[in-house]
Design a protein around this ligand. Structure first.
Ligand SMILES: [Zn+2]
Length: 258
């Protein structure tokens, strides 16, 4: 991991910059606290260093138990930081509330469970995710109870601009889409790109691989916790061109960069 990714934490770690408000008007107390003259808040530098180390681990997707061993910490201290950040990411991703437009690829995917397969018997015990991806833009994901046309259309109407250009596979759940925008279907039972029309949904397919790769790293995410992990992945994907570590710091400590 490059130095530059984490260099945004340097002034916080040295007690020169306030982790809460970003001010440089910081005093270091005899007890090892960084105390801000602007927002009046203070923080133990030892604790701050520990939390930032844990946030680096989160950024690098190190499982909590392994990071605890690496840093010689109680696994609970690591889990507390991970869960707090994951909750913040969940709410931030939901509140960002972007409405997608232009060319939008949509697909469903099935996560977890033991059996392979989708839309049929193999889906038992799995989490069903509906994904919408704006080409060259953002992705939005939603854990859904089923893939009925009603369910899919409800999220399409909430999250995309009417009149967009939609790309899906030929699943019948998308049949009424043509009344809402321009609808292209991709017959990709044999190849990823429809040979006749050259239509594809490679963007959302790429996102599914990205998500599965990250989840594989975390191993054994329960169905209960899955929606949180999914939003974390969505956030990472949508901010892949920013520095996610910096965003994690800002979110976790409430620091707002001017
Ligand atoms: Zn401050």
């Amino acid at each position: 991991m490059s130095y530059s990714q984490f260099s945004c934490a340097a002034n916080f770690l040295r007690g020169r910059k306030c982790i809460f408000c970003g001010s440089f008007k910081v005093n270091r107390t005899a007890r090892g606290y960084a105390k801000c003259r602007k927002c009046q808040r203070q923080k133990s530098l030892a604790q701050l260093r520990r939390e930032i180390e844990i946030l680096k681990g989160f950024y690098q997707q190190v499982p909590a138990y392994r990071l605890a061993t690496d840093l010689n910490l109680d696994v609970k201290s690591v889990t507390r930081v991970y869960q707090k950040l994951r909750t913040l990411l969940y709410h931030t991703a939901e509140l960002e509330g972007t409405v997608l437009s232009g060319q939008i690829e949509m697909d469903e995917a099935y996560f977890g469970g033991r059996r392979k397969g989708k839309r049929g018997r193999g889906a038992a015990g799995k989490s069903i995710v509906f994904g919408l991806l704006e080409r060259d833009g953002r992705v939005y994901t939603k854990v859904v109870p089923d893939v009925s046309a009603e369910q899919l259309m409800q999220h399409i109407k909430a999250k995309t601009r009417k009149g967009s250009v939609y790309f899906t596979d030929s699943f019948r759940g998308y049949q009424s889409l043509k009344r809402y925008g321009k609808h292209h279907t991709v017959n990709h039972s044999k190849s990823m790109v429809d040979k006749k029309t050259k239509n594809h949904i490679n963007g959302i397919e790429g996102f599914w691989s990205y998500a599965k790769h990250i989840l594989y790293n975390y191993r054994g995410v329960s169905k209960y916790h899955f929606p949180m992990y999914l939003k974390e992945i969505e956030f990472r994907f949508n901010h892949r061109k920013d520095n996610p570590f910096k965003l994690f710091l800002n979110l976790f400590f409430g620091y707002d960069s001017p």
